[in-house]
Write a protein of this length. Structure first.
Length: 192
């Protein structure tokens, strides 16, 4: 009997450890396959509002605008991000993805523009300004490319103290730039 108990005490922790490791390694994979990414269909022209995060949003700043509104350029699926200042969309047409994020409190756009690309770099993306300028409505800024990704382009723009980063990945850079232009043509800085 003592030998049986000794055997169980030496095997018990090993079995528990193997079970815990299996749960840690296998359960997330199973859940990932069973729970789909939450997506909501949006129609062309639907208006989206994104609230800005940043200094101006907290302190009030000089510019009362602390959000943007824009029209969705084509029928897409909005992917849940959990953020009020970021929207990500997936298009069935041309396999494009559109991401838009907004910050507040921009006082010096030339200094802020490279910093607005830091989240892309932190996500492991190579991103470079390409020397292009963009101006649409009250937004002005710089264009950029993601050279490691075929067809990916971006723009960093501002209006007052609102800064917006728009990234499009897809089949061609021309299609991406056209989508950026469509988004900016409808974008307005607003107060929530």
């Amino acid at each position: 009997m003592a030998r049986l108990l000794d055997s169980w005490h030496s095997r018990g922790p090993a079995i528990a450890t193997v079970g815990a490791l299996a749960a840690i390694l296998i359960v997330p994979v199973i859940v990932d396959h069973m729970v789909p990414t939450r997506e909501t269909p949006v129609s062309k022209g639907d208006t989206i509002t994104l609230g800005a995060g940043g200094v101006g949003a907290i302190s009030g700043g000089v510019d009362p605008a602390n959000a943007i509104t824009f029209a969705v350029p084509e029928a897409m699926a909005r992917i849940a991000t959990g953020s009020d200042s970021t929207a990500v969309f997936r298009s069935e047409i041309g396999e494009q993805r559109l991401a838009i994020s907004v910050v507040d409190g921009i006082t010096d756009f030339d200094t802020a523009a490279p910093r607005m690309l830091l989240p892309l770099r932190a996500a492991g993306e190579e991103v470079d300004f390409d020397g292009g300028r963009i101006e649409d409505g009250s937004f002005r800024g710089r264009t950029c490319v993601l050279p490691g990704t075929a067809g990916a382009v971006c723009a960093v723009v501002n209006s007052g103290d609102i800064g917006v980063t728009i990234t499009v990945s897809g089949p061609t850079r021309e299609a991406g730039r056209a989508m950026i232009d469509m988004v900016l043509a409808s974008t307005k800085a607003v107060e929530l």
